[in-house]
Design a protein around this ligand. Structure first.
Ligand SMILES: Cc1cc2nc3c(=O)[nH]c(=O)nc-3n(C[C@H](O)[C@H](O)[C@H](O)COP(=O)(O)OP(=O)(O)OC[C@H]3O[C@@H](n4cnc5c(N)ncnc54)[C@H](O)[C@@H]3O)c2cc1C
Length: 494
């Protein structure tokens, strides 16, 4: 339509320039007026030919000038997505989208904390703890990068304004299962909210970062194993394509696919399904972590986590007869297996967790959020045991990436829980995931910044056909099946 109007205006201006020129000829300098007429007609004709060419491009699918464009699109506003965005300089435009409100990410739910290498003597121990928890299937280079980068990440977080707990002005460290010494920075029992909320506040101040809430990625724009952006459904339900020089998946895990999970229900491994659909390499998709201790409830929805640091500070597990039955500080998969065995032996849907060894004041100051939630559910952990049950918690596998978080598809990066750089091996060590998300998100940002100057937008990329995404419920089911089938296939292959 806009072309038709434009062409009409051009034809009219050619006629008008002719008419005005003709009027001038009768009264003024004849030579000057003829020159004006010719120049006017020539200029308008050039624009006219240009418009015709644009129409031809559009008809041939060589140009889609209505498509939104951004330098970088990041899908997900958890710790990984935000940290990546904050490491992209202000002259590069970043569009971030998230399925729900900005604070509805698993990063906001993290309770226990974030690991940090205490000092050089801690290196061997930290490395060994991570490897042992991961059944020595971890990628050693990734583990080294993560541990060696941890102090820088902590410093950057403090500079952004994150308030980690301190005593006499010095940072304090807590301990969780699988750790040979306390090396976890925390903010009460809401560390994820403190970190991610602070990152979000910083991102909001940046002029080059736009955040769209309630906007869902449905697919990617792909040609010849290169990613050119995404197809998304915005808050109004409109389906549109966004062309980007680089695309970053920061979509979290897949807990929403499971009945019992600590994850938000909308975190459903969408990027994994999209990756599978486009033949992007995946790795260890059956490496799914079950957290040993979530508060038992018969209500539907997300399971409430009872952080490992509660056991790190002295809580113990008890069976039906209130007898202790395992070492609570073993890695998660081992404790989970012990609990499941005990539940079967007791024929109970839960076991008990006792916090009686933790001073009441410590429970109130270190675990106020857990205390509050237990009270809401009718249990007072300062006086009685609480029922706990294992639930899906974390995804160690994912979209295979290298040390710069690059996937097997050109111009596509994956960071955070959806990616698999091998750092966690078969089982994640507690409080390594926030750290890992940020370490490798920064590396993705650095890699993108190193390359982006040589990349231009491609005018031959077509907008996706919105009609083929119109049935969102069907698409969701297809994606869910794609992921669950792939997990099953991987399981069978062992
Ligand atoms: C209860 C709980 C407690 C935890 N405690 C700790 C802890 O103490 N220490 C620790 O290190 N780790 C902890 N973890 C794990 C850690 O929080 C996560 O692994 C980590 O935060 C993942 O960050 P992320 O940015 O990759 O994903 P998330 O924070 O989950 O963010 C995913 C984002 O992607 C968006 N998204 C997903 N799909 C789409 C789509 N199709 N379109 C648009 N947007 C999409 C979501 O809306 C969200 O914004 C905990 C996890 C849970 C659930």
């Amino acid at each position: 339509m806009s072309y038709t109007i434009s062409i009409y205006v051009r034809i009219m201006s050619i006629i008008l320039s002719g008419m005005i020129g003709k009027g001038d000829v009768l009264v003024k300098n004849q030579h000057l007026c003829y020159t004006r007429i010719i120049m006017g007609i020539l200029c308008q004709s050039v624009f006219f030919v240009f418009d015709l060419e644009k129409i031809r491009w559009k008809r041939d699918g060589r140009m889609e000038i209505n498509m939104k464009r951004t330098d970088v699109v990041i899908i997900g506003t958890g710790a990984a997505g935000l940290y990546c965005a904050l490491h992209i300089p202000e002259e590069i435009n970043v569009l971030m989208i998230t399925k729900e409100a900005f604070d509805q990410s698993d990063s906001f739910l993290a309770q226990g904390g974030m690991c940090m290498l205490r000092d050089e003597e801690d290196y061997e121990g930290y490395f060994e703890d991570t490897m042992r928890a991961g059944h020595y299937e971890n990628d050693k280079r990734s583990v080294e990068v993560m541990i060696r980068s941890s102090q820088d990440v902590a410093k950057e977080l403090l500079a952004y304004g994150v308030d980690f707990n301190r005593e006499n002005g010095k940072l304090v460290f807590t301990r969780e299962g699988g750790h040979s010494r306390p090396r976890i920075l925390f903010h009460e029992d809401v560390t994820g909210k403190e970190i991610t909320g602070t990152l979000y506040e910083n991102a909001k101040k940046r002029k080059n970062i736009t955040i769209l809430e309630y906007t869902t990625m449905l697919d990617i724009l792909e040609k010849d194993n290169c990613c050119y952006g995404i197809v998304m459904q915005d808050q109004d339900g409109t389906i549109e394509s966004v062309q980007a020089k680089y695309t970053v998946f920061a979509c979290g895990g897949l807990g929403g696919l499971y009945r019992h999970s600590t994850n938000f229900r909308h975190i459903t491994g969408d990027a994994l399904a999209i990756a599978k659909k486009h033949a992007i390499t995946l790795e260890h998709v059956d490496y799914i972590q079950i957290h040993p201790t979530t508060l038992y409830s018969e209500k539907p929805g997300r399971r409430f986590l009872i952080s490992e640091s509660v056991r790190g500070e002295g809580a113990i597990l008890l069976n039906k007869k209130k007898e202790r039955f395992c070492n609570e500080l073993l890695p998660r998969d081992v404790v989970t297996a012990e609990i499941k065995k005990q539940m079967a032996a007791d024929n109970m849907p839960y076991v008990w967790l006792s916090m009686e060894r933790i001073p009441k004041e410590e429970i109130e100051t270190h675990f106020p959020n857990i205390l509050q939630r237990c009270l809401e559910e009718g249990y007072d952990p300062t006086k009685e045991c609480i029922p706990v049950v294992p639930a899906q918690h974390y995804f160690m596998g994912g979209i295979k990436v290298d040390l710069s978080s690059k996937t097997s598809m050109n111009r596509l990066y994956a960071v955070g829980e959806i990616s698999c750089n091998g750092v966690h091996g078969k089982n994640r060590l507690a409080s390594n995931s926030l750290l890992e998300s940020m370490v490798f998100a920064k590396r993705a940002a650095q890699a993108i910044c190193g390359e982006i100057k040589t990349v231009t937008f491609d005018d031959t990329i077509k907008e996706a056909d919105a009609a083929s995404y119109a049935n969102i419920e069907k698409l969701k089911e297809e994606y869910k099946k794609l992921v669950l089938d792939e997990i099953e296939r991987e399981k069978q292959s062992h």
